[in-house]
Design a protein around this ligand. Structure first.
Ligand code: SF4
Length: 122
């Protein structure tokens, strides 16, 4: 008999927002309530190694704007988000900056880059 892990998870992959149940069955997992395979993948990854895209701003110099919007190039482990924010808050970037330009490469050794979300000339 599978062990219930949670019956209170919402899939955020698409706007349908299916309510998911996750159970442990031996070495594997059983997902219920999903309307497609992506929901199963979401539930298992959310439980085993949750990760989030990070969107924030970084201090900008040589510009009339004070902050530059940035985003992670891929999801970061959720338990590293506060440390990632500390590193981002400790740095600044000088204009001009192009969309997609790497502001911090390989943040915290994760292989994920923090990239500019917009062009700023001044
Ligand atoms: S399980 Fe599939 S259909 Fe349901 S919210 Fe997730 S992605 Fe959308």
């Amino acid at each position: 008999m599978p062990d219930l892990i949670t019956n209170d998870m919402i899939c955020t992959v698409c706007p349908l927002g299916c309510r998911l149940t996750l159970e442990k069955d031996g070495e594997g997992y059983v997902v219920k309530g999903n309307q497609c395979k992506r929901g199963e993948t979401f539930a298992i990854e959310e439980f085993t190694h949750p990760a989030r895209m990070l969107t924030t701003t970084v201090r900008l110099t040589r510009s009339r704007h004070a902050r530059l919007p940035v985003h992670s190039s891929s999801p970061l482990p959720r338990d590293m988000l506060f440390r990632a924010m500390a590193e981002i808050n400790a740095c600044s970037v000088a204009a001009p900056v192009r969309t997609g330009q790497v502001v911090i490469g390989n943040i915290l050794g994760t292989g994920v880059d923090i990239c500019s979300s917009r062009d700023v000339d001044q």
